[in-house]
Design a protein around this ligand. Structure first.
Ligand code: FAD
Length: 302
């Protein structure tokens, strides 16, 4: 663990520098999101992607937290492995779903022991899926702002949160989303990462409204380079975020031509990311789907 601690110091410093650069608008961050793989073949594919993406020295990589059971242990193990076997700075996602406060403390403690210092604090979706009422664990937490508070209270962690430029499906209005983000910032969140951005104007509206209310929270837009139209439309539906017609129309023009869809998807991601950076977004968070080629192509275009 001594080795892990020494290298995590350098990474912690690097991460802090990225944060400062983000806040001052000096330099955009580039980060990549992975999910814990389900089987050996998927593990191999993920590690191939990690090795290729490591070469472009991202500011950090993030690892999602599953809905329950063994996928959660995989998140913890993958985050630790990234820390031990690569030069990357990992950020672990953590949700309140199905956890008592005692369990949440234990997970955070395990991260701390492994040298993981960056956590994305989330509530998670209702266990029955979106559209079902949210029911917190009886000894758990109701919302992500409480998880931010808990993690900050447990030690020296850098904590990020989720942001919803198109509106969270349970929110009454986008103004509620702004108020919630400010509450998370007040409870110690240092930055936010958005849901997939397909409508740059919605991102700019959220960011500008936060600034108008005195918030200094950097909000990093997430971009997913589309390579498979059906997959991304399904993902957006599951997240309660219908894709804009402007995007689906562009993809539909290529009908059953997978290469045409891929090229259009990469063009959409490149255009959105360029505009976001030109408009002063603090960075771009790439949703990689555990693959590297599409992300590297868009990254190269920037
Ligand atoms: P909250 O901030 O708790 O918000 C949920 C709803 O409650 C919103 O409508 C909000 O307006 C409202 N609300 C918030 N706080 C309060 C309060 N104090 N009082 C009253 N109402 C309140 N899910 C996973 O399961 N695993 C992941 O790894 C994961 N990673 C994600 C990464 C990103 C970048 C994003 C954008 C989402 C991710 N999600 C993940 C999905 C996320 O968990 C869901 O979208 C979830 O429904 C909302 O999470 P939240 O942290 O925003 O919750």
């Amino acid at each position: 663990m001594a080795h892990g601690t020494a290298s995590s110091m350098t990474r912690a410093e690097r991460f802090t520098r990225s944060l400062v650069a983000m806040v001052t608008g000096e330099m955009p961050t580039f980060s990549f999101e992975f999910f814990p793989p389900k089987d050996d073949a998927a593990v191999e594919q993920l590690w191939e992607a990690i090795r290729r993406l490591e070469k472009v020295s991202p500011s950090f990589v993030s690892i999602t937290y599953g809905a329950g059971g063994t996928t959660r242990d995989r998140t913890i193990r993958l985050t630790e492995r990234v820390l031990q076997e690569t030069s990357l700075t990992p950020m672990a996602h953590l949700t309140c779903v199905g956890h008592s406060v005692t369990e949440l403390r234990r997970v955070v403690g395990n991260y701390a022991a492994a040298g993981v210092r960056n956590i994305l604090a989330l509530r998670g979706d209702p266990q029955g899926g979106l559209g079902q009422p949210w029911v917190a664990h009886p000894q758990g937490l109701d919302h992500a702002d409480a998880l931010v508070h808990l993690i900050k209270d447990l030690g020296d962690f850098t904590v990020g949160v989720a942001a919803f430029p198109d509106g969270h499906p349970e929110s009454r209005s986008t103004l509620q989303d702004v108020e919630i983000l400010i509450r998370k910032e007040q409870r110690g969140a240092e930055f936010a990462i958005t849901q997939m951005v397909f409508d740059v104007d919605n991102y700019l509206r959220l960011r500008d409204e936060l600034a108008r209310r005195g918030s200094r929270l950097p909000v990093i837009p997430a971009i997913m380079p589309i390579t498979n139209a059906r997959q991304v439309i399904r993902m957006a539906e599951l997240a309660g975020q219908p894709m804009p017609v402007a995007v689906t129309d562009r993809l539909a023009r290529h009908g059953g031509d997978p290469e045409g869809v891929r090229q259009e998807g990469l063009a959409i991601a490149t255009e959105s990311a360029r505009r976001l950076l030109d408009e002063g977004a603090p960075g771009i968070h790439f949703i990689t789907m555990n693959r590297s080629s599409a992300t590297l192509e868009v990254f190269g275009n920037l």
